[in-house]
Design a protein around this ligand. Structure first.
Ligand code: CP
Ligand code: NVA
Length: 318
């Protein structure tokens, strides 16, 4: 059977995303009822991380354990990849040992090269370009919070980064509308454009995206206001420049007051409180950020089951 990778949301169809989310909701319920479900007994997941992580690392490790498998955390500094062994050789070797790999790194092209050489599934745990696992958890969280995803209006305010890119692909696949509000200097990357083309060719989407520079216009009739850090991992040298550029894009009480009453607040975390978002908004009763963080666990268990069990999931409780 051919292996399947998750390098960006363009690797999934709308139907697959709906099935993953339905499955994640079942796994979430089973977990709360104490039902043990171990379809991945005997399987091992490798986690190659070249950037820090709290949520992604912990949810993949805990998720793999809960599904009956085990995981190996492989910080790039501690494996030979960090000393110049090629991505291709690493992929070929690890494929002989593990049943799947999660990779968090800088370049999307490294992920693509790894996937091409590996014989086991590869999951994107964040690159400079995309963060698909985060957005799958976010779609699940929106469904839980407002009861639907199609037709929902999302205002993303801030840096046009990996999270924004994946939110745009999510909109085209799942039929929500996203307005990205960012400075004029920010624009869609070629990588994003090529994935948009793939999705648009394949799916008949009712979802839309637009990029504007006015945050107030973006939030006007939004159901969701979403933001992310202004300085992503690897961009630390640009800190001063970015703080200045993005200061009109802070998600604070005043901006939220320009939106609908009850608008939900989302952030993939980690948050830099006082920069892209103020604490009163992050901790407000409309904030669903910690539900997003929790859902990373449930959706990634569904992803692991789907990609690593080698067949469609078995709905029987084992
Ligand atoms: N949201 C997210 O991916 O968090 P971590 O960087 O902690 O994994
Ligand atoms: N855009 C952020 C997301 C962190 C989960 C980064 O890449 O650092």
């Amino acid at each position: 059977m051919q292996k399947k990778d998750l390098l960006s949301l363009a690797d999934l169809s709308r139907r697959e995303i709906c099935e993953l989310i339905d499955r994640a909701k079942i796994l979430k319920q089973w977990k709360s009822q104490g039902i043990v479900h171990k379809p991945l007994e005997g399987k091992t997941l490798g986690l190659i991380f070249n950037k820090p992580s709290t949520r992604t690392r912990v949810t993949f490790e805990v998720g793999m354990y809960q599904l009956g498998g085990t995981s190996l955390f492989l910080s790039e500094k501690e494996i030979q990849l960090g000393r110049g062994e090629t991505v291709a050789d690493t992929a070929k070797v690890l494929s002989r040992y593990v049943d799947g790999v999660v990779m968090r790194t800088f370049k999307q092209s490294d992920l693509e090269e790894f996937a091409q050489e590996a014989t086991c599934p590869l999951i994107n745990g964040l690159t400079d370009s995309f963060h698909p696992c985060q957005i799958l958890a976010d779609i699940m969280t929106i469904e839980e919070a407002i009861g639907r995803i199609e037709g929902t209006k999302v205002a993303y305010v801030g840096d046009f980064n990996n999270v924004a890119n994946s939110l745009i692909l999510g909109a085209l696949l799942m039929g929500y509308h996203i307005t990205v509000a960012c400075p004029k200097e920010c624009e869609a990357s070629d990588e994003l454009k090529s994935k948009i083309e793939i999705v648009e060719k394949r799916e008949e989407s009712s979802g839309t995206y637009e990029v504007i520079d006015d945050p107030i216009e973006a939030v006007k009739d939004a159901d969701i206001i979403y933001t992310d850090v202004w300085i992503s991992m690897g961009q630390e040298k640009e800190r001063d420049k970015k703080l200045k550029l993005f200061s009109p894009y802070q998600v604070n009480k005043e901006l939220v007051s320009k939106s609908k009453e009850g608008v939900k607040i989302m952030h993939c975390l980690p948050a830099h409180r006082g920069e892209e978002i103020t604490s009163d908004v992050l901790d407000s009763e409309n904030s669903i950020v910690f539900d997003q963080a929790e859902n990373r666990l449930h959706i990634q268990k569904a992803i692991l089951e789907y990609l690593l069990s080698g067949s469609k999931w078995n709905f029987a409780i084992t």
